[in-house]
Write a protein that binds this ligand. Sequence first.
Ligand code: FAD
Length: 405
Amino acid sequence: MKHDIVIVGGGAAGIGTAASLLKRQKNLDILIIEPAEQHYYQPGWTMVGGGIFNPSQTVREMAKVMPAGVTWKKDAVATFEPEQNAVTLISGDRVSYDMLVVAPGLKLDWEAVSGLKESLGQYGITSNYRYDLAPYTWKLVQELTSGIALFTQPTMPIKCAGAPQKAMYLSCDHWYKNGVINDIKVEYHNAMGALFGVADYVPALMEYIEKYNAELCFFEMLVGVDGSNKTAVFEKTTDSGTERIEKQFDMLHVCPPQTAPDFIRESPLAAADGWVDVDPFTMRHVRFDNIYSLGDVASTANAKTAAAVRKQAPLVAANMLQQMAGQEPDHKYDGYGSCPLTVERGKIVLAEFGYDGKLLPTFPKWFIDGLRPTKMAWALKESILPGVYWNGLLKGNEWLAKPKL
Ligand code: FAD
């Protein structure tokens, strides 16, 4: 089996790149290797956990989002042979290519927290990081009228770094509006040492931490869960070492530890930290010229978001076509990513930034001031961005991306 272009993964990045390639050149021979029957709009899961979206708004059949003109192979890549320009699949098939795009997302490492996997979805333990569990978050939020609610964030990088605290804000907003917030002790246990990686957004977020009277517990990593006893175990790092702390809870929202997928970490494509080793600007592999990577699996230091993919996919497509035409790829990614922080139902702090935390607002300040909570940013997230995803990114209708078609 041989194709001009092979794409590993039919998520936001894989489908987006295929669509952008075909927009630029219709007759390309593209194979997408993707094992899943469903394609998820993961940014919608925060809204499901907050009771705003129905789960059905965040899923479509994979067959329906495959761009016309690509071949879909329902299989999974197992190993890479970059020197032979080939990949081997779980089924045993071998596929060769002229150019390869690697976009299988990242691994949610539920098993890194002992006792977690078997407790999820019961005992008040939930996570917006899974389609089937986000509705359980909303159920728990509605049922809780007093007690202890814990929210956790692991070490970076994770996809949508704001998602763990978005779950907390939307839960607190419900408790606040129902007059029970003073009866619920809210704690945010964060393995990192800051509320958000880009300091400019922290003052606006802190106003909500104070409004909801949430306690911030930094350098505390969730390492274990005892579901039936409703106990969470954290490893707290201090100057003098680490100590284990046990906490009781009535509700526990977990953001799991995240790594590159095993088959990527163990492959010749991986950098030392396991992610696919690409140039941060061209997104081309640093050792294998005919391989590109984007989305959550890439080694680039941007915020791992669909918003980043929206900028990366057209750029990767344009660079690949330049290379196929015998030119040097010269389109450069600025590290743009975006995190709409849902601080209350109806308002969002719209964090948009690139490499080194440089602020990259899309809109003028009078329209959306990203450093403040705004109704306009909420309207964008609730009503505009799902369409930008399904009908823009996945169809090659590029929105505010470069290079222009
Ligand atoms: P994915 O979309 O995860 O797709 C990866 C695909 O690869 C999957 O279809 C998978 O089946 C496939 N695959 C896996 N292994 C293999 C294999 N071996 N062979 C072939 N295919 C394989 N982003 C935002 O922009 N804004 C937000 O507000 C936002 N909120 C989020 C909230 C939550 C709770 C979550 C979970 C994510 C959020 N994101 C948000 C992040 C966004 O969803 C991801 O960054 C984006 O989906 C990354 O796209 P991707 O294609 O790299 O990975």
